[in-house]
Structure formats: C-alpha cells, structure tokens
Design a binder for this molecule. Structure first.
Ligand code: ADP
Ligand code: UDP
Length: 236
C-alpha cells in the first residue's frame, strides 16, 4: 500500500494514514548538525530513536503527561496523533552545555542551580533563533495560556526524566521538546531521543548522545545503542 508522504524533515518522514487524526512517522538514519551544515548517517539511529522515544512517551504517560504517541507498527515507525504544531523548540537545561555554556562563558558541565527553559523559533532558514515569550505573544505563535501549559509540562517532564534517568546512572544535561494542539489541548509531540537530549554517564561523564556525531567523538552508534539498552534492557 503506497502511503502519502506529507513532509520529509532532517531526521524523520511524515506520512498520512487512513485515519485523518493520525500520522505515521518514519525515523531515518540521517544525521545533521549545525542546522544542516554537517550531514552524515548513523547506522540504525532510526530504530534506536523510534524505540527510545516510544519508551519515554509511555513512561511520561504513566506520570500524567499527555503526548502524541499511539503505537509502533515497526522498528522504524510510530503512529502519532496529528498535531497542529506550535513552531517552537522548547529547551530545558539542568547543566550548562553546548550553546548555553558558550553564551554564558562558563565551562561545559557547570551545574545550574535551578532548571532553565528557553524558547527558539523553529525555522531552518533563520537557524532557529532564540526568542522569549514576548516575541511569541507578539507573533501569535502561541497564546499565553498555551505557553503556561508548555512551561508547566516542560518542567514536569524535566523532573520526571531526570529522576528516572538517575536510576539508569545517566545525567540529563539538557533536551529539546516540541508541542502541538490537539482538540483544544496542548500535547507533547516530536521525539525524545539522543538526537535531542544530552545524556551523560553519571560516573564517567561520557557523552551518550548526538554530541558524539556533532563533535566527531567516535562510537556514535554505540552511544544510541547503550541508551536503548539502559532504558529497556534490549540488546540491539
Ligand atoms: P525537522 O523538521 O526539524 O527537520 P524532523 O525530520 O524530525 O525535523 O521532522 C519531523 C517533523 O514533524 C517536524 O517538523 C515536527 O515538528 C513535526 N511533528 C512532530 N510530531 C508531530 C505530530 N504529532 N503532528 C504533526 N507534526 C509533527
Ligand atoms: N537541540 C535540538 N535541536 C536543535 C537545537 C538543540 O534537539 O535544533 C537540543 C540539543 O540536542 C541539546 C539541547 O537542545 O540537547 C540544547 O542545545 P544547544 O542550544 O546547546 O545547541 P547546540 O550546542 O546543540 O547547538
């Protein structure tokens, strides 16, 4: 059966399904960094990220977070609720790393005394510029009520994931979320994987995420495999 392709992004392809309220998401092995400046392939990444995301969505649901995930018809595919996406990248941070360490002039790994939430406008052409709630209000990208919901969910997701990952000897340094509207509610969408989270081994501080690709650290596939294994026990 041929599926109607609706959108192809950098990491995933979105198809229509027979159900107008649902989409099929296909996870690719393609990897990009620096807003597409660096391109490559991480073998098996699509499978790892699909399974890792499904795991996190299920775990978050048990803790009261509403999300788009429905089921996983294959290793690389998930069915999700079709959301009206809010064009924001919502970044939560517990430890300064990446762009924040640079912006504040602090060493990567500096603990933040309270979690930080940042907004970026999702636009490849503009390179995802950092914005604040006043830009969002002025541009009508989301209502104040939706932003309140996003902030509440963002901090709650951060606490749930941080606590859970501690039990797997993983520090949650920072991560990016996307949200969308569904029948009047704000739901968590997109993915939660080593592509958009920084995971450090709590003991060795070894990076178990896409920074291994971004920074040419080697053993990229092993990092994704290790995260799936620690979360689900699955040996890929
Ligand atoms: P990008 O668009 O940044 O290159 P991807 O390759 O991950 O990213 O493409 C996935 C696209 O699907 C993103 O634009 C994301 O905002 C969108 N998306 C994620 N979840 C949903 C959903 N439930 N409904 C509609 N769109 C979604
Ligand atoms: N992130 C993402 N998509 C982006 C930018 C960032 O998923 O387009 C994630 C990234 O994986 C990290 C967090 O958001 O977990 C913070 O990223 P940062 O701003 O430090 O940017 P980077 O240093 O990766 O450019």
């Amino acid at each position: 059966m041929s599926k109607e392709k609706l959108y192809e992004g950098k990491a995933k392809i979105i198809y229509a399904t027979e159900n107008p309220e649902e989409l099929l998401v296909y996870y690719k092995d393609d990897a990009t960094a620096g807003n597409g400046a660096k391109k490559g392939t991480i073998m098996g990444k699509g499978i790892f990220n699909n399974k890792i995301s499904a795991f996190f969505f299920n775990m978050l649901a048990k803790n009261g977070i509403e999300h788009h995930y429905v089921n996983m018809p294959s290793d690389r595919e998930m069915i999700v609720k079709k959301l009206d996406m809010i064009p924001l990248e919502v970044v939560l941070r517990n430890v300064a790393a990446g762009s924040l360490a640079k912006r504040l002039g602090v060493e990567e790994g500096t603990k933040l005394s309270s979690p930080v939430l940042e907004y970026y406008y999702k636009s490849d052409e503009l390179g995802d510029p950092m914005i604040n709630q006043f830009h969002i209000r002025a541009m009508k990208w989301a209502t104040d009520e939706e932003l309140m919901q996003i902030e509440k969910m963002g901090f709650k997701i951060n606490s749930i994931m941080t606590e859970y990952l501690k039990t797997k000897n993983i520090d949650l340094i920072d991560f990016k979320l996307e949200f969308g509207r569904f029948k009047g509610n704000v739901l968590l969408g997109d993915e939660i994987s080593p592509d958009n989270c920084r995971f450090w081994d709590s003991t060795t501080h070894e990076k178990l995420d896409k920074d291994r690709f971004r920074r040419d650290l080697g053993h990229v596939e092993d990092a994704y495999k290790e995260i799936l294994h620690r979360l689900t026990g699955e040996q890929a």
